[in-house]
Design a protein around this ligand. Structure first.
Ligand code: NAP
Length: 255
């Protein structure tokens, strides 16, 4: 029996990278999916590429920082699948800049999408689940940069540390109601978000050396852990921020 059979999840950032890989994994594991992205066509393309049955998934275009649109999308998911069992927050943005030169627009976008977006979907789901007395599971994607600082990404670092707080706060508030909330802190994953950093062969070599496992990760390796955290195999796991990072936060691989 597929471990998520009969369950239904919202996946944000479904048009690309980790979100798209998560849609694929959840479908493979038997779940129905509300595939959400800023760009509805990108979310639909993910479903088309997978050849998902129409009854198993819908694509919805939503800016996760827009509270009312997130509420509407959540209601649409409930109406389509007859209920929801959780949310996976993969939608995210990244911005360059340090304390001296970070532009306020970059700062605001990182807070709005990375923190408020995850807050909006979590709040909509938790309100729905409490109203219907249902259990559930939320997975937030933070980052290596959410558990330790990295230079020249101040808005991103701050927002991803915020995701850690959101994850722990929701976990302790909702545990009594059977709703678990966990997070993943990925290292360098080969997606569009990091394509620029990986394009220069010298830089790529440095990145690989920094990860004790000796390579960047693949989005499917994050999706596999997301599926585990959503499933009953993780029934006693809540409030964690799991590094899935090739060992980069364990310590330096070499001097
Ligand atoms: P990605 O390939 O760029 O995917 C991010 C997706 O989020 C894109 O489809 C993007 O849509 C969507 N998105 C952006 N803003 C949105 C909004 N306001 N509302 C709805 N969707 C929105 O990046 P990724 O690497 O898969 O990243 C997924 C998550 O993992 C992010 O939170 C990221 O910070 C985190 N993460 C990634 C890495 C890594 O190495 N890749 C490492 C640590 C953490 P558009 O393309 O249309 O903008």
């Amino acid at each position: 029996m597929s471990k998520l059979a009969g369950r239904s999840y919202i996946v944000t950032g479904a048009g690309s990278g980790i979100g798209a890989a998560t849609v694929a994994r959840l479908i493979e594991d038997g779940a129905n999916v509300v595939a959400v992205d800023l760009d509805a066509d990108a979310a639909q393309k993910t479903l088309d590429d997978l050849g998902v049955d129409k009854g198993r998934a819908i694509a919805v275009g939503v800016d996760v920082s827009d509270e009312s649109k997130v509420d509407e999308m959540t209601a649409q998911g409930v109406a389509t699948f007859g209920g929801l069992d959780g949310v996976v927050n993969c939608a995210g943005v990244r911005g360059v800049g340090n304390i001296l030169d970070t532009e306020h627009g970059v700062w605001d976008l990182n807070m709005d999408v990375n923190i408020e977006g995850s807050f909006n979907t979590s709040q909509a789901f938790c309100r729905y689940a409490r109203e219907h007395n249902r259990p559930g599971s939320i997975v937030n994607i933070s980052s290596q940069a959410g558990v330790e600082a990295v230079p020249n990404r101040l808005a991103y670092v701050t927002s991803k540390h915020g995701v850690v707080g959101l994850t722990r706060g929701v976990a302790i508030e909702m545990a009594q109601h059977g709703i678990r909330c966990n997070g993943i802190a990925p290292g360098m994953i080969a997606t569009a978000m990091t394509a620029g950093m990986r394009a220069d062969p010298e830089n790529l070599e440095k990145i690989r050396k920094a990860h004790p496992i000796g390579r960047e990760g693949q989005p499917e390796e994050i999706a596999a852990v997301i599926s585990f955290l959503l499933s009953d195999d993780a029934s006693y796991v809540t409030g964690i921020m799991m590094p899935v990072d090739g060992g980069i936060t364990a310590g330096a691989a070499s001097f």
